[in-house]
Structures are given as structure tokens and as C-alpha cells.
Design a protein around this ligand. Structure first.
Ligand code: ZN
Ligand code: ZN
Length: 177
């Protein structure tokens, strides 16, 4: 199985090689970069000035008829689901598609100085988190586990980039089913 990385209006292409290798390391799978045009216009909500992440997931699925793969859309756009103010990302549990956004991971959004290292680190953790969902992993109670749910960007900094032993064991088992 391959994991595909699909940039969707993502402004920081220089982050992609390291992101791909972190994801590859976390799941022990090959990560391939894909370039496919996908218009996000219809996913835009002008009132919220945000993009609907569930709509984006549906578009990603239409692009990829291949059965046995995972696809992570990566964007710089601000994402939402109707019941929440914003999301860092969204994924299909035990499915194929996930999406992650760098928009709210930037310190400068919160009036802090720009921090390239933090952005890279948070993006890698949230990308692995969303992909974890596609492998059937649910939220973990261990605050250090990458599957712990983070509401604020600074909470992501407390997590490790790795899965805790429990989640790691679950992942191993799900690969052998
Ligand atoms: Zn989650
Ligand atoms: Zn865990």
C-alpha cells in the first residue's frame, strides 16, 4: 500500500520532502507526492471565509479510484466542518482520504513571531494524526501520543510525533488483518 501526498493550494512546498519522510517512517510505507488539479471553489464558504473539509475529502475520493491506498490532501487554506469553528484536518475513519491544513499551525496567526521549526513539527504531527484515523485509529487518552486530539496549536507541541505503544500495537494488528 502507498500513501499519496496531494498538495492543494499549499504554499510551503519546501516542507513536503521532510513531511513525506516523517509519514513514511510513522507507517513504514512508501509516500509518493502527487500533483493533480482540483478546484476547491465549491468548498468555499464566503460567510465563514473557510473551506469545508468534508467536501474536500469527497473530492479527493473522486480523484482516486485506486482501492488500496491512503491519500492525504495538504493545504494552506483554513478548514471547517459545520459544527466546529475550525479544524486542523479531517479524515475518514478506516477509510482512504484525509486532509490537513497548515493555516492554524502558524504562530504568526496568534500574534507570535514566525517559527518555521514549529510549523514543520506541528504539520508533521497533524498529518500523521489524520492518516492514523484512516488506519482505524481513534483519539488516544495519552497526551503524548500523536493520536491525542489537540484543540489549540500549542497543544500539538506537547505531543510526540510517535504513536504510543497502545496505538502502535493497534496499527500493527490492523496491517496484519
Ligand atoms: Zn483526530
Ligand atoms: Zn495512543
Amino acid at each position: 500500500m502507498n500513501i499519496y501526498l496531494l498538495p492543494l493550494r499549499f504554499p510551503d512546498n519546501h516542507l513536503l520532502p521532510d513531511l513525506a519522510s516523517s509519514i513514511s517512517h510513522a507507517f513504514n510505507l512508501t509516500v509518493l507526492l502527487l500533483e493533480k488539479p482540483l478546484s476547491l471553489k465549491e468548498g468555499y464558504d464566503p460567510v465563514r471565509n473557510q473551506y469545508n473539509s468534508t467536501w474536500i475529502l469527497a473530492q479527493i475520493l473522486k480523484l482516486f479510484p485506486e482501492e488500496n491506498c491512503k491519500i492525504l490532501g495538504i493545504t494552506g487554506l483554513d478548514l471547517y466542518v459545520p459544527v466546529l469553528t475550525f479544524v486542523f484536518g479531517e479524515a475518514q475513519l478506516d477509510g482512504k482520504a484525509a486532509v490537513v491544513s497548515s493555516f492554524r499551525l502558524r504562530d504568526e496567526l496568534y500574534g507570535l513571531p514566525k517559527n518555521a521549526e514549529k510549523l514543520k513539527d506541528r504539520l508533521e504531527k497533524e498529518a500523521i494524526h489524520e492518516l492514523g484515523h484512516t488506519f482505524g485509529l481513534i483519539h488516544c487518552h495519552d497526551p503524548n501520543c500523536v493520536m491525542f486530539t489537540s484543540t489549540y496549536a500549542e497543544e500539538i507541541d506537547f505531543k510526540f510525533i510517535e504513536l504510543c505503544p497502545v496505538c502502535s500495537e493497534f496499527l500493527k494488528k490492523s496491517f496484519h488483518l
